[in-house]
Design a binder for this molecule. Structure first.
Ligand code: ZN
Length: 122
């Protein structure tokens, strides 16, 4: 008997980064994309933008056109990181407690995931 037909959890990598202001250093928000944010500097792809004070992420077609809302300065990518998320049959909306306490980072990722699902359902 083979387990090959079992659906494997899907892993997807997301590139995440903070958008910071060149001029005043304030954090504008954070962006994420399934494509590398830095590999091809000439190509700007749509990203998902999250801003402090905003519950829902929005799509930013070209984040390089965004400006600091404090001083109107240009923004740059700070603290780029890659996160891998697992997509399986687990229902992210279901808050059943699982064994042990998930690490803080996981909680944060789940919260983001929920935000994403909710924004897609809306
Ligand atoms: Zn600024």
């Amino acid at each position: 008997m083979s387990s090959e037909t079992f659906s494997k959890p899907q892993r997807r990598s997301f590139f995440v980064a903070d958008l910071k202001c060149y001029m005043c250093g304030s954090v504008y928000g954070s962006i994420e994309s399934e494509q590398s944010l830095t590999a091809a500097p000439g190509i700007v792809r749509p990203v998902l933008l999250r801003q402090p004070g905003h519950d829902q992420p929005v799509q930013a077609v070209n984040w390089k056109h965004l400006r600091c809302d404090r001083c109107n300065g240009p923004l740059f990518l700070d603290e780029t990181d890659v996160v891998t998320r697992r997509y399986d049959n687990y229902n992210w909306l279901d808050e059943r407690p699982r064994r042990g306490r998930p690490p803080k980072r996981l909680i944060e990722e789940r919260r983001r995931e929920r935000d994403l699902l909710e924004s897609q359902a809306a």
